[in-house]
Design a protein around this ligand. Structure first.
Ligand code: ZN
Ligand code: ZN
Length: 390
């Protein structure tokens, strides 16, 4: 029996697990019940785990020694009120598994069930390390996400490589999308304030209008990608908030704005940061001033080409070549990137489109086709088997 045949026999169990997690979503660094559920399920398999890793994460080993592959699932939910009318609807008001991390946890537990059996029967050499990480969606007060914290605490130090997956609610159910090299963008955030001099709206010459300064700056920002970046590269800057003013006849003292920066390579990333500062400096050219803060987010998620090839082969054998696609570059970001930067990594998508309703990630109507859970479990388990057999 293949890993997929065996995973299909676990289907009801995995769906029940996912529904339990779905009904009890927890926000970043609060995944206490989720972690308990993970530890309990592993204990039933005879696997002792360590909780409290990276605050609320869980780590466990299957097998012994090297080679060792880490398999990762993220556990956190989002601050969204669920709009789905389903029996396992979120019971934690205002919190929802709207990105599918409940499916990731259930899928990795499914892989653990398959692999525990393999190790028991002596079919595998080396070992697998399970990483259930907290806080993929958000960072703690120290500005660090769960994946980054796990890396900094050394969770990747004793592994040779790391693999993970993300369900995709827009991709046909059961399809696997893989990409070698850069896959998901690096994200950084900026917060800025542009200062002028307030005054009467009827006497702009006696003031220094910061809204006008901001208009120059924003134009300059949107010129960066078009005129300052190598057009064969990818990157973007979006201004996403702008706040100023109190009345129709008062020129305010300052304008606050913030936005997001995305890129795939470190040179482009550095260029966007530099040019953004130049754009803000325009405020000074007109006699105003600015201050800004650049918040480092997640690096780009870059897949190891050999691991991408391995996963492609696993996918072809499990779901058929017609269901294996080349993943497109995504401007979205993932904190799996910290792990894939620490060790060779592979992150791929598992299609889980449920029906014809539009159910984007991070939306109150987000939902997935649960029948893909065994595929996710089998993909991770078989990837581990082949990695250890290399
Ligand atoms: Zn998300
Ligand atoms: Zn996610």
């Amino acid at each position: 029996m293949t890993h997929l045949d065996r995973a299909l026999a676990l289907k009801d169990k995995l769906i029940a697990l996912r529904r339990d997690l779905h009904a009890h979503p927890e926000l970043f660094f609060q995944e206490v019940r989720t972690a308990q559920r993970v530890a309990e399920t592993l204990r039933e398999l005879g696997i002792e785990s360590q909780t409290g890793v990276a605050r609320t994460g869980v780590v466990a080993y299957l097998g012994e020694g090297k080679p060792r592959l880490a398999l990762r699932a993220d556990m956190d939910a989002l601050p969204i009120v669920e709009a789905n009318d389903i029996p396992h609807k979120s019971q934690n008001s205002g919190v929802m598994h709207a990105c599918g991390h409940d499916a990731h946890v259930a899928g990795l537990l499914g892989a653990a069930m398959l692999l525990a059996e393999d190790f028991k029967q002596g079919k595998l050499r080396g070992s697998v390390k399970l990483l259930f990480q907290p806080a993929e969606e958000n960072c703690g007060a120290d500005g660090k996400s769960g994946g980054r914290l796990m890396v900094e605490e050394g969770a990747l130090d004793d592994v040779d490589a790391v693999a993970g997956l993300h369900v995709s609610s827009a991709t046909p159910s059961g399809q696997i999308a893989v990409r070698a090299g850069a896959f998901m963008a690096a994200v950084d955030t900026f917060e800025a304030e542009i200062f002028g001099r307030g005054g009467h709206g009827a006497y702009p010459h006696q003031a220094l209008d910061p809204i006008w300064l901001a208009a120059q700056v924003i134009n300059a920002i949107y010129g960066i990608v078009a005129r300052r970046m190598d057009p064969t590269k990818q990157g973007l800057i979006s201004v996403c908030t702008i706040n100023a003013g109190t009345a129709t006849n008062i020129i305010p003292e300052s304008v606050r704005l913030s936005g997001t920066i995305r890129s795939f390579d470190e040179n482009v990333r550095a260029l966007l940061h530099r040019e953004l500062q130049n754009a803000f400096a325009l405020a000074r050219a007109w006699g105003g001033d600015y201050k800004w803060k650049l918040l480092d987010g997640y690096p780009a998620t870059v897949n190891d080409p050999k691991l991408a090839e391995l996963v492609r082969g696993v996918a072809r054998d499990l779901v058929g070549a017609e269901n294996v696609k080349e993943a497109e570059l995504q401007m979205g970001a993932e904190d799996f990137s910290f792990m894939a930067r620490a060790k060779p990594g592979i992150f791929f998508n598992l299609g889980a489109k449920k029906d014809d309703v539009n159910r984007p990630h991070h939306n109150p109507l987000f939902d997935i086709d649960e029948s893909v859970l065994p595929i996710g479990a089998a993909m991770l388990a078989e990837t581990a088997r082949r990695f250890l057999a290399r």
